[in-house]
Design a protein around this ligand. Structure first.
Ligand code: GP9
Ligand code: MN
Length: 618
């Protein structure tokens, strides 16, 4: 080994540079936190096996190829680091293969530019040094010496030992790490970003095979497990909205912390605050989305299944059999439609909506959109609401519509005259602009309510407003901490995943409800209010009005929230004490959390619902 280093000082120096760069990006851009020295050690070792294996392979090449492959390695590692770095800024997550295959990226336009920072040149700070060292090496003919695999055997054994050490230590620190593949933050922290991508590729190959080997028995096993979710005996509010129109408003990126809150002394959501007074408002309701963002929230709400941990199920499994909310409502003589003034194929919606049984999808082609009435991602919410009402008055009743707002989308652009409140003042432009953008959407919803009343649609409707997912990623934690007046710890970060859920039933006064719920629970809740008991459902959520429901919300990354505890980042927190507690307090839920996520995944990967006999309730 020593000899090898003596013979290849330049390539070893370059690999050391790549190693250090990987560690810096991990600490700074991936926001990886260490809880103890062992975690730090694992983190430091984790990029090495990959880098050293590639280096070993490079040693076996001719000198000029050693030169070339080292440059290629530099390019590949930089692309991996920077690609994930940029992605992490908005999504607090890492790139996976299904995500790359979606091709949504070209539609992201202004969002991508907003993620690029001036200091990003630091990502290529090593390039001139590496090039200098490589040219130096080429000049000193003796440096890039070719080695045979035989000569390198001790070297590869050494690398294998480091790899086993990395996995061994990671397993001590986080048992069953590789079976919890949905928690990418833990994976990257423990096996490093490069091995994560290799692992992701193997997962990709595996999941594709699952449909072929799926069987009816699997569904029976899952149904047995889910039995507890069926047969909720709660009578309270059952059928209270029978036969009414059901209007869902998916409020883009609206998080719960804005509700009842102010910025610069001004209310952020004055209309929603007022609406809550005579609605059912769920004070602790979480989004459970992952890489599919809005589409994941739609999937959760329609199917009461978890979205996938990798990629967007709307793209990867749009031809599966489902028994979705619109289909059930259709069986109960509802006309069902989605209204969203964006491209119909974004998130593969056009295909997936058909599969989920919607009668109609009103896309950007159904709206008059021009320069004056659009901003950022497209038609402004107020215009959208006004034009949507025009479509709704034409619909047969009862109808079920979902309106998806757009203006409050990252990077939260807004024209000056649409800023009803002033931005926040912090080092995060994103957070600053978030507040006026939310305020604008609040105004759009107010106008929508006014118009519903004018068109006599209000009294016969149930109106549900929910946030689809977070708007402010953890990249803005420092600014968010300034706004909240407290540090954003992982414990607070989980609570920031709360989104509003407001169920407004005209004529009912409603009340605040502090049950711990998530998007997966909305479908059973709605069916309960509508008095619909569909048979043969395979659902993971439960009625939020139920007296005997278990307060447990499982986030897609395996974090979870109960009445008393929050589990995240492999740590357990007490909600009352607002501090870390022994992990054993959270342990009783581990199996259930793992089972639910795995069963839901098996349903999707295996397309298991094709084996179900859905009883059509015509
Ligand atoms: C796009 C809109 C936004 O049509 O739903 O998608 P998002 O980026 O929030 O998933
Ligand atoms: Mn969204």
């Amino acid at each position: 080994m020593k000899n090898l280093i003596r013979e290849q000082p330049i390539l070893f120096s370059i690999i050391t540079l790549f190693w250090l760069k990987t560690l810096f990006v991990g600490l700074i851009d991936f926001n990886i936190r260490m809880e103890n020295p062992l975690q730090l050690l694992i983190f430091i070792i984790s990029p090495l096996p990959f880098l050293l294996v590639v280096l070993g392979l490079i040693f076996t090449c001719k000198p000029w190829k050693q030169f070339l492959f080292t440059i290629m390695l530099m390019v590949i590692t930089t692309v991996i680091l920077y690609g994930n770095g940029i992605y992490y800024r908005e999504f607090s997550d890492y790139i996976t293969i299904p995500l790359l295959l979606m091709g949504n990226v070209s539609d992201l336009g202004s969002s991508i530019f907003a993620l690029i920072n001036w200091y990003d040149f630091l990502y290529i700070l090593d390039v001139p040094i590496v090039l200098y060292l490589l040219i130096l090496g080429l000049r000193k003919k003796t440096v890039f010496k070719k080695h045979t695999f035989g000569q390198l055997r001790p070297y590869f054994i050494f690398v294998a030992v480091i790899f086993v050490l990395n996995l061994g230590l990671a397993n001590i620190e986080r048992p069953l790490l590789l079976t919890r593949s949905f928690d990418r933050a833990l994976l990257v922290k423990n096996i490093g970003i490069y091995h994560f991508h290799v692992y992701d590729a193997t997962l990709h190959a595996n999941t594709r095979a699952q449909r072929v080997f799926a069987s009816e028995e699997e569904l029976a096993e899952i149904n047995g497990y889910l039995e507890k979710n069926i047969g909720d005996a709660t009578e309270d509010l059952f059928g209270i909205g029978e036969g009414k129109n059901v209007i869902l408003i998916s409020a883009e990126s609206v998080q719960n912390f804005v509700i009842g809150n102010t910025v610069n002394g001004e209310e952020i959501t004055p209309f929603l605050n007022e609406l809550i007074e005579d609605s059912f408002y769920f004070t602790e309701f979480y989004h459970q989305t992952a890489q599919g963002k809005t589409s994941d929230s739609e999937f959760l709400i329609n199917n009461s299944l978890f979205p996938l941990a990798r990629g967007a199920v709307f793209f990867t499994h749009a031809s599966n059999e489902y028994y979705s909310l619109p289909e059930i409502l259709g069986e109960h003589h509802y006309y069902t439609a989605v209204l969203h003034a964006n491209n119909g194929s974004f998130w593969n919606r056009d295909a997936m909506y058909k599969q989920m049984g919607y009668d109609r999808f009103y896309t950007e082609d159904d709206y008059s959109i021009n320069k004056e009435n659009s901003i950022g991602w497209g038609l402004k919410d107020i215009e959208f609401m006004e034009q949507s009402i025009e479509h709704m008055v034409q619909m047969p009743q009862p109808f079920h519509v979902k309106l998806i707002t757009l203006t409050n989308h990252f990077p939260f652009e807004l024209g000056e005259k649409d800023k009803f409140i002033k931005p926040f003042d912090s080092n995060s432009k994103t957070l600053n602009n978030y507040f006026p953008a939310v305020r604008y959407t609040d105004e759009a919803i107010k106008i929508f309510f006014d118009r519903l009343k004018e068109e006599d649609l209000y009294d016969d409707s149930i109106i549900v407003i929910y946030g689809d997912h977070y708007g402010i990623s953890s990249f803005h934690n420092r600014a968010m901490g300034t706004y909240l007046g407290k540090e954003v710890t992982p414990f607070i970060e989980v609570q920031l995943q709360q989104v509003p859920l407001i169920i407004h039933i005209p004529g009912l006064s409603g009340e605040k409800n502090d049950t711990v719920g998530g998007q997966i629970d909305l479908r059973p809740t709605l069916l309960h209010l509508l008095g619909i008991k569909a048979e043969n459902q395979v659902v993971f959520g439960n009625n939020l009005f139920s007296q005997d429901r278990e307060d447990l919300v499982i986030l897609r990354n395996g974090s979870f929230i109960t009445k008393d505890y929050i589990y995240t980042d492999d740590l357990c927190y007490s909600k009352d004490e607002e501090m870390k507690v022994e992990k054993m307090m959270c342990e009783p839920y581990f199996d259930e959390v793992k089972n639910q996520l795995e069963y839901s995944d098996r349903i999707i990967y295996g397309d298991l619902l094709r084996f179900n006999d859905f009883q059509k309730n015509e």
